[in-house]
Design a protein around this ligand. Structure first.
Ligand SMILES: NC(=O)c1ccc[n+]([C@@H]2O[C@H](COP(=O)([O-])OP(=O)(O)OC[C@H]3O[C@@H](n4cnc5c(N)ncnc54)[C@H](O)[C@@H]3O)[C@@H](O)[C@H]2O)c1
Length: 462
């Protein structure tokens, strides 16, 4: 195994060791000589949890191992590579993270995602990058206080920053892009950081299921258009996660003329297939899954996940009425009291699909996908940040429809997989398309007249 492969340690990942990487090593970006001329993209992280840890460490890994591009969908977006991403500031509410350096906070409990580098260095996180105490608002669900402290959030007693102070910090740190990594259900807290980002003139990547109804998304988009900013959202999907698998299967079956009558996607953290491991090691879910262990907290995620499936029908003008459709975080096996917490970022998705085809013949498809949850999300956010910056340089404002459809579960406009990729490919080459041309600032776009897939913020059976 090469040095680069051994550098990618995986000490928390149990059996899920990465395969030998030597067979997959590809060439460094063609424009390696030119990319030093590009400016850095300065990023603020809201919610210094597992996804943030994976993103930052993954970026450092790719900078330090430029000949390994495995896992990067876009090594180069408009001239920007991993080396241009600098994580300059964080906001959190946990006493183990607030007031610390960003590098220290990323490795603090309850974060449990795998390590991609031996230590977080100044490669992508300047030494001066700090984590500020943000307002808690609805960031911590009441049930989260009932878990052992190493597995859950621990609220800091420090005074939270005000909106003016958060805005001033973003301006002072010259932040280009704000990433929202708050827990699911953080609607008020998300609104706070949207306000700060718009006031500080920062682009925004909304990785969580907030502002997902068409009505909310349009209002949000108009604010970013008015401020001359770009936004990617909402609710990130992973590079190769349950959403991508469901979307591709659903789309391919419909395109093959089948009638899909059932599509169930069950997601588990330390679920049935991990039961014995849980008993032996005390492993449990990451905080994302613990947060969603209560129905009221996971509602927006549930809606957003089902939007992925419905979207593939909507873009083909095929009704989902009468279809058994379920996609959601459905099971979180909690740690028994007294166990030693090791943490697990492992997520298992089971798919159960029924369809009818030629002459009424029945098809049944079951599949199982086991992933490391947080690195999987880093694989799309590393692109979303650069799409925001490149689109802004091209003069585009508002939601990036292609990049959102490719990287998020509830984009403003659902697309066929290939169409979303086409839009991203064009943006990565700094080329406009019919969709993005309509959103040039000079064309004074209005959210109400831009294309949207209708989405409510409730489930079909509510
Ligand atoms: N593959 C994935 O992991 C994936 C995919 C899609 C979406 N998401 C979403 O991304 C978000 C982040 O996921 P994660 O696994 O990093 O979660 P996490 O629980 O590890 O991190 C959340 C962080 O937010 C902090 N926080 C809570 N309230 C806050 C507030 N008011 N202000 C600032 N910080 C606050 C917590 O202390 C914690 O550090 C979640 O909403 C998750 O559902 C994750």
């Amino acid at each position: 195994m090469s040095d680069t492969a051994t550098a990618m340690s995986n000490k928390n990942a149990g059996d899920d060791q990465p395969p030998a990487k030597q067979a997959k090593v590809t060439a460094a970006p063609a424009n390696d000589a030119n990319d030093a001329a590009m400016p850095d993209i300065r990023v603020a992280i809201v919610g210094v949890g597992n996804c943030a840890k994976s993103l930052v460490e993954g970026v450092q890994y790719y900078v330090e191992n430029p000949h390994d591009q495995v896992g990067l969908m876009y090594p180069d977006i408009g001239g920007y590579t991993a080396k241009h991403l600098k994580f300059v500031v964080g906001f959190d509410i946990d006493e183990r993270k607030c007031g610390r350096s960003l590098a220290e906070a990323l490795r603090a409990k309850p974060n449990c995602a795998m390590d991609h580098v031996p230590e977080i260095t100044e490669t992508s996180v300047p030494a001066a990058a700090r984590v500020h105490r943000g307002p808690t608002l609805d960031g911590i669900a009441p049930h989260m206080t009932q878990y052992p402290v190493d597995t859950t959030f621990k609220e800091s007693g420090d005074k939270p920053v005000t909106l003016d102070e958060a805005t001033e910090i973003l301006q002072r740190e010259k932040v280009d892009v704000v990433i929202n990594y708050l827990p699911v259900g953080s609607h008020e807290a998300s609104a706070f950081y949207v306000d700060a980002a718009v006031r500080a003139r920062c682009h925004f990547v909304n990785c969580i299921p907030t502002f997902i109804s068409t009505k909310e998304a349009k209002a949000l988009e108009q604010r970013f258009i008015d401020a001359g900013l770009t936004i990617v959202g909402s609710d990130m999907r992973s590079a190769w996660g349950a959403s991508r698998v469901s979307e591709v299967l659903q789309g391919a079956m419909l395109d093959s003329g089948l009638m899909v009558t059932q599509h169930i996607q069950m997601n588990m953290a330390a679920g049935t297939t991990q039961g014995h491991e849980t008993q032996r090691t005390g492993r449990t879910a990451n905080t994302d899954f613990l947060n969603m262990a209560k129905q009221d907290r996971l509602h927006s995620k549930h809606v957003s996940k089902e939007n992925v499936l419905k979207g593939q029908n909507v873009v083909r003008d095929t009704s989902t009425a009468g279809m058994t459709l379920f996609a959601g975080p459905s099971l979180t096996v909690q740690q028994k009291p007294g166990g030693t917490y090791l943490g697990s970022d492992n997520k298992v998705a089971n798919f159960d699909i029924v369809a009818y085809g030629f002459g009424g013949a029945r098809y049944e498809l079951t599949a199982r996908l086991s992933v490391q949850d947080s690195p999987n999300s880093g694989g799309v956010v590393v692109s979303a940040i650069r799409f925001c910056k490149v689109a802004a340089e091209l003069g585009i404002v508002g939601f990036l429809r292609g990049a959102s459809a490719w990287t998020q579960k509830t984009p403003p406009l659902q697309m066929r997989t290939g169409d979303a990729k086409f839009e991203c490919d064009a943006l990565s080459r700094r080329q406009l398309t019919d969709l993005t041309r309509a959103q040039l600032k000079e064309n004074t776009p209005v959210a109400d007249t831009l294309p949207y897939t209708f989405q409510s913020d409730t489930l079909d059976y509510e």
